[in-house]
Ligand binder design. Structure first.
Ligand SMILES: C[S@@+](CC[C@H](N)C(=O)[O-])C[C@H]1O[C@@H](n2cnc3c(N)ncnc32)[C@H](O)[C@@H]1O
Length: 263
């Protein structure tokens, strides 16, 4: 699909690094909580970058393995190794690449899938790939839960930041990105028959990583924001010039997990 923020349209490395700094500690905390350890067989769906794949391989060790799949393996290819297999794979369309997984994890993948039926198909495929008792962990942003760049609108710079953020959301929505995806995951996991479904949310309120993410996003979408009449060049330049002085937030991420019932 024509994802607005895909790897060939932006400084992918910068965005992947910013997302990883913000959200990897939350993700790995949840996975540790589920008891991930040596020997686990894991499928990382829509892996994107390498950080979570490396982390999984470190936890599962030589007795386990990690299958990392994505429709675009440009970045994650670097993670391939003795216990890491990287595969170009469309989770909506291609046959399940194996089965009997102890863990299937997908972060910020579902919201990229514009078609609701495709999204359901992707989740069903992930459940089918689990062994009985295996865990499915699905995480996605929910920008509609907290849509502001600067929840504390102290002055014109914050007002402008919120205008630019609204423009970014408008563009993403127009391209089929689901901005209220996170909240739907716990219900979807329950509907698929998973047991022990649990979910929590994480909301980065401010920090250097939030500014880094904003810089890569707005820079990548600069031309699109102008073309859509959502901001002027002066506004975008002013916003980019004052990012480091703002208390910028990032969207909340909802993490949900459930276990495939024993057969
Ligand atoms: C926003 S990135 C998230 C990457 C990574 N999971 C993370 O959390 O940093 C979304 C990723 O999902 C991948 N993706 C989107 N649709 C997909 C599909 N149908 N099958 C497999 N991967 C897909 C994209 O190529 C991209 O790498």
């Amino acid at each position: 699909m024509g994802y607005l923020l895909d790897n060939d349209r932006l400084p992918a490395g910068d965005r992947v690094v910013a997302m990883a700094s913000l959200f990897d500690p939350i993700t790995t905390g949840h996975l540790d909580g589920l008891g991930i350890g040596p020997g686990w067989r894991c499928w990382e769906v829509g892996a994107g970058g390498t950080s979570i794949v490396h982390w999984l391989a470190g936890r599962t060790g030589r007795a386990g393995y990690v299958l990392a799949t994505d429709t675009d393996t440009t970045v994650v290819a670097a993670a391939a190794g003795p216990t890491v297999i990287v595969l170009r794979h469309d989770v909506c369309a291609d046959p399940i690449p194996g089965g009997g997984f102890d863990l299937v994890h997908a972060r910020m993948v579902l919201a990229d899938i514009a078609d609701v039926a495709d999204r359901a198909q992707a989740l069903a495929a992930m459940v089918r790939a689990l062994r009985p008792g295996g865990w499915l962990v699905v995480e996605d942003l929910d920008p509609r839960l907290q849509p502001l760049a600067c929840p504390d609108e102290r002055g014109p710079a914050e007002v402008l930041a919120n205008k630019v953020r609204a423009g970014v959301h408008s563009l993403l929505a127009s391209r089929g990105i689901e901005l209220a995806c996170g909240r739907t995951i716990p219900g979807a996991l329950r509907d698929l028959g998973l047991a022990d479904v649990t979910a929590s949310g994480y909301f980065p309120m401010t920090g250097p990583e939030c500014a880094a993410l904003e810089r890569t996003t707005v820079t990548a979408l600069y031309g699109d924001l102008l073309n859509a009449g959502l901001a002027t060049p002066d506004e975008l330049d002013a916003h980019l010039g004052q990012l480091d002085a703002l208390h910028l937030s990032a969207a909340p991420m909802i993490s949900a997990w459930g276990r495939k019932p024993a057969a």
